[in-house]
Design a protein around this ligand. Structure first.
Ligand SMILES: NC(=O)c1ccc[n+]([C@@H]2O[C@H](COP(=O)([O-])OP(=O)(O)OC[C@H]3O[C@@H](n4cnc5c(N)ncnc54)[C@H](O)[C@@H]3O)[C@@H](O)[C@H]2O)c1
Length: 251
């Protein structure tokens, strides 16, 4: 094990690894020496990412919980990243969308952690990193399912931290504000249409309004935080939430 390859010999699973933050995490973990399993609903895109980093692709829809239970979860690092957004006032929020978001962003992470922990415990080492959000710490209107799921993920992560500690397993959240990914680019376009604003105006007036640092975060910045949480320097960091939100939650 060298400093350049702190994860040599480790196996990592990144959910939603075909795009955005997940893809950046898969690349960073592979550069650090891990064999990375790139899991995504989009199997072709997952394969392209896995091929580029010498990893393995798994095509799976995480809202299918029986399918989640059947996955091979013999991994040392688990990055719970897959997620989606739906924006609607609560009194009109589609009930089936609320359920599906909770399944994807809370129940699937629970099942994945549940399945992976015995393997981590067996080796006396494991890293669970949950890609939460500033919306795991703060609410915004019209995002009831997303905010609920992320707040739930914060709780799950802390329980994993307490149970995992005697077995060498840490669990943490990373909490970004807006990151430049396809998920956000879609929201920028939608909001520009809805408000009759230019895309730059949406970014400046809507997305960056609550943050003190007025820039979109790049996916690689989140991936660097994930890698640090998996490094020896972070072995006493557990049960925490690393806000990468430009000061949003300092308010
Ligand atoms: N982009 C942001 O501004 C931002 C900010 C804070 C937190 N996050 C979180 O980061 C995570 C990744 O977001 P992103 O912006 O990279 O999004 P993205 O849309 O670029 O990537 C999400 C990936 O998840 C996959 N996915 C979606 N539903 C799935 C399912 N049912 N089963 C399996 N895979 C599925 C998609 O195919 C896609 O590859 C999410 O949990 C999101 O909430 C994003």
């Amino acid at each position: 094990m060298t400093n350049e390859q702190p994860l040599a010999g480790r196996r990592a699973l990144v959910t939603g690894g075909a795009s955005g933050i997940g893809r950046a995490c898969a690349v960073r973990l592979a550069e650090a020496g891990a064999h990375v399993v790139v899991l995504d609903r989009d199997g072709d895109a997952a394969r392209r990412v896995a091929d580029g980093i010498g990893g393995t692709a798994v095509a799976a829809d995480l809202t299918d919980l029986a399918g989640v239970d059947a996955l091979d979860l013999d991994v040392d690092v688990l990055v719970n990243n897959a997620g989606r957004q739906h924006v609607a006032p609560l009194h009109e929020f589609p009930t089936e969308v609320f359920s599906a978001i909770l399944r994807l962003m809370l129940e699937a992470p629970f099942r994945l952690v549940r399945g992976a922990l015995p393997h981590m415990y067996g080796r006396g080492w494991g890293r669970v990193v949950n890609i939460s959000s500033v919306h795991g710490l703060r609410a915004s209107p019209y995002k009831s399912a997303y905010v609920t799921a992320k707040h739930g993920l914060e709780g799950l992560s802390k329980v994993v931290a307490l149970e995992g500690a005697p077995h060498g397993v840490t669990s943490n959240c990373v909490n970004p504000a807006y990151v430049r990914t396809p998920l956000v680019e879609g929201q920028i376009a939608d909001q520009a249409r809805a408000h009759g604003l230019s895309e730059d105006e949406v970014v400046e007036r809507v997305m960056l309004a609550p943050a003190a640092v007025k820039r979109l975060i790049e996916p690689v910045e989140v991936a660097d935080a994930v890698l640090w949480l998996c490094s020896p320097a972070a072995q006493s960091v557990t049960g925490t939430s690393l806000a990468m939100d430009g000061g949003w939650s300092a308010h």
